[in-house]
Ligand binder design. Structure first.
Ligand code: O7M
Length: 215
């Protein structure tokens, strides 16, 4: 993914027409559109190729299964038009390697969730986050997902993975994180959903966020 604005929009709406309208409005302000279960379960996998007309699509399916099943899932998702897939790391290195293997065939990206942004993410995730980040580095993932709600953790996780991997970071806006803090802590991209898609003027909000990122 090319870094122009540093902003990824999380398209957690449940209607295709709404998603397409917002994508059209914010396309020039975002480097990617993250699509997850809410939209795909509502409108089907074809939303991936539809939204890919506006910006590269990262499929947030938090893939977390045995290697064979992970491989089958990633294959479907890349074939449907995604440029990247978000996967879990707690399933272990064999599962991660299976996902990365498929991504390489499609010249795609794999992002590994290392620590989650919500308050509960501190309980089970935080104690294993360093190991997951190390594994993502060791096996050549594209990057990790780290919490904008805890910039100090982003800084720490950046020190583990070095400069070779990207950090994409959700939690700005509705969850309380601030764009400039998380970018200063070492994130390459912020992921923002509600603040943009619930805004009266999604394009204006996206532009304000890009100014806050300050690339
Ligand atoms: O800006 P929001 O809070 O409306 O949306 C944030 C998006 O990021 C939403 O799609 C979440 O599912 C996702 N997310 C988190 O909020 N926290 C995490 O720790 C991880 C993710 C995510 O994208 O995981 C890959």
């Amino acid at each position: 993914m090319e870094r122009n604005t540093g902003l990824i929009v999380a398209m957690d709406v449940t209607r295709m027409d709404c998603a397409v309208e917002i994508a059209g409005e914010v396309a020039e302000c975002v480097d990617a559109i993250k699509v997850g279960y809410p939209l795909v379960l509502s409108e089907g996998l074809s939303v991936l190729s539809r939204l890919a007309d506006y910006a590269p699509v990262i499929a947030d399916f938090k893939v977390a299964d045995i290697p064979n099943t992970d491989e089958l899932i990633c294959e479907q998702v890349f074939k449907a038009g995604a440029s990247g897939v978000i996967v879990h790391g707690f399933t272990g290195e064999d599962s991660l390697k299976a996902c990365i293997g498929v991504a390489r065939r499609y010249d795609g990206d794999i992002y590994v969730v290392s620590e989650m942004s919500h308050p509960g993410g501190a309980r089970y995730f935080q104690p294993i986050a360093d190991e997951i980040a190390s594994m993502a580095y060791e096996f050549g993932a594209t990057g990790i997902v780290a919490p904008a709600t805890r910039p100090e953790r982003v800084k720490h996780l950046r020190s583990i993975i070095g400069d070779g991997l990207s950090i994409i970071s959700p939690g700005v806006g509705a969850q309380g994180g601030k764009a400039s803090d998380v970018i200063a802590a070492g994130a390459n991209w912020i992921i923002v959903g509600r603040s943009i898609y619930n805004s009266e003027n999604p394009k204006e909000t996206a532009m304000e966020l890009v100014t806050g990122i300050g690339i």
